[in-house]
Design a protein around this ligand. Structure first.
Ligand code: GLN
Length: 290
């Protein structure tokens, strides 16, 4: 029977499908052994029991076939949270943390009138998926009130189970296709979204993890702009004066998104991700406008 060290050596088999073969095997081993990563280094000579070995082999074979690690482990870290994931939603991406960071910064004392700082602002997360953005914001600002919606019933179920497990009572999850079921009387200080923005003919859709994610979470018509446009067209109706809309978008879409935003909102700005790419853009309702 193989040891932990033996199985770690098999990582190279994943070279053709993964940029992180060693890490993938570590994650799978931690998952089947139900141990933290340092256990693998402390006990390299540990011999796997039959059941754990069988499970490891099964998951390893699925990884060789290209399935995302997050689907095999059922978990993904986002912000400081460990989220349950499944094939019904997008797997949270590190670059989306920029959206969380930007939202938190915009509502810091130095950036906005003091009355809003630390007050219970109203936030809407459109297309929440696993609940990643909503739950990350809620974890940083326990006094914010977050409504998170998704059009997919399965996504709503997943986000709600993440919310319950992480125990955030300042987040509510509802089913809604963008603004459709959001109460028309509600006004938010902040609307955030990581909508689908990949063009239907983008060749990346046939490579890597995205092949196993729902197209509805990835792809939008009009070169990836259709949902971004729907959100921008309707956002002002649901924002207070001075309220912000923040959207994630493709690295090449910054200019197009800014054009759309400028037709409806002020202070249009784009933020770059850690790779230096334009990733998040936003604007706010003019202070003097209802
Ligand atoms: N950033 C993701 C990707 O390029 C897409 C996520 C999205 O469409 N919102 O794979």
């Amino acid at each position: 029977m193989p040891t932990i060290a033996d199985l770690l050596k098999r990582a190279q088999v994943l070279d053709p499908v993964s940029d992180t073969p060693r890490l993938d095997v570590e994650v799978l081993l931690c998952h089947v052994l139900d141990k933290p990563r340092n256990y693998l280094y402390a006990w390299p000579e540990y011999v796997l029991e039959q059941q754990a070995l069988t499970q490891f082999k099964y998951l390893f074979a699925r990884r060789i076939a290209g399935e995302p690690i997050a689907h095999l482990s059922g978990q993904k870290e986002f912000w400081s949270l460990s989220l349950d994931v499944n094939a019904s939603t997008l797997i949270p991406r590190p670059e989306t943390e920029l959206l969380v960071e930007t939202a938190l910064n915009l509502f810091n004392e130095s950036k906005i009138d003091n009355s809003k700082f630390d007050s219970a602002i109203q936030v809407l997360d459109l297309g929440t998926g696993t609940g990643a953005i909503a739950l990350a914001l809620a974890s940083e600002r326990p006094n914010w009130n977050v409504l998170a919606v998704d059009s997919s019933a399965d996504a709503v179920k997943l986000a709600e189970s993440n919310r319950t497990r992480l125990d955030f009572d300042n987040v509510q999850i509802d089913q809604s296709d963008w603004f459709e079921n959001v109460n028309a009387d509600r006004r938010f200080d902040l609307i955030v979204s990581n909508p689908p923005y990949i063009a239907p003919d983008d060749r990346h859709l046939s490579e890597g993890d995205v092949r196993f994610e729902p197209r509805s979470a990835l792809v939008a018509n009009d070169a990836g702009f259709a949902d971004i446009e729907t959100i921008i067209l309707n956002a002002s109706e649901f924002l207070v004066r001075g309220g912000w809309l923040l959207l994630e978008h493709g690295s090449e879409q910054g200019e197009g998104v800014r054009e759309l935003l400028k037709a409806h909102l002020d202070d249009v700005t784009t933020w770059r991700d850690v790779a230096g790419l334009e990733r998040v853009s936003g604007g706010r309702v003019p202070i003097g406008e209802v």
